[in-house]
Design a protein around this ligand. Structure first.
Ligand code: 5GP
Ligand code: ZN
Length: 109
């Protein structure tokens, strides 16, 4: 499977990794849209939120808690979490990812 985020998980592609455990990895977005722009992803290849199953609910909670942990460690007083789903939802990379954006006022489109 030719998935750039799986390659980052497997260290076959470079990334500026900021957090990693056995199930989750977080790294800097290569094309940041805010002063802080991180991507938090499951190591397991899940295509999108439209593809999660009931057994993924703990993993999804851990992804959100990872965002909170990173934000606290960086003393981010406010941040925005975004998950794009599907092409019409703005999803370009077909490996589920949570955007963590901070450092400038961010308006919903
Ligand atoms: P999406 O539009 O799918 O929600 O967001 C994909 C994000 O992944 C974009 O913000 C884009 O800049 C980022 N991105 C795409 N390819 C790479 C890559 O190879 N490395 C990193 N670090 N980020 C990437
Ligand atoms: Zn993948």
């Amino acid at each position: 499977m030719d998935c750039i985020f799986c390659k980052i998980v497997n260290k076959q592609a470079p990334a500026d990794i900021v957090y990693e455990n056995d199930k989750i990895i977080a790294f800097k977005d290569v094309n940041p849209k805010a002063p802080v722009h991180l991507l938090i992803i499951p190591k397991k290849h899940i295509l999108s939120i439209d593809h999660i199953e009931i057994q993924d609910k703990t993993l999804m909670g851990e992804i959100i808690l990872t965002a909170q942990k990173i934000a606290r460690e960086r003393n981010l007083t406010g941040y925005r979490l975004v998950i794009n789903v599907g092409r019409e939802g703005g999803q370009v990379i077909d490996h589920l990812h949570l955007h963590l954006l901070s450092g400038k006022p961010i308006k919903l489109p």
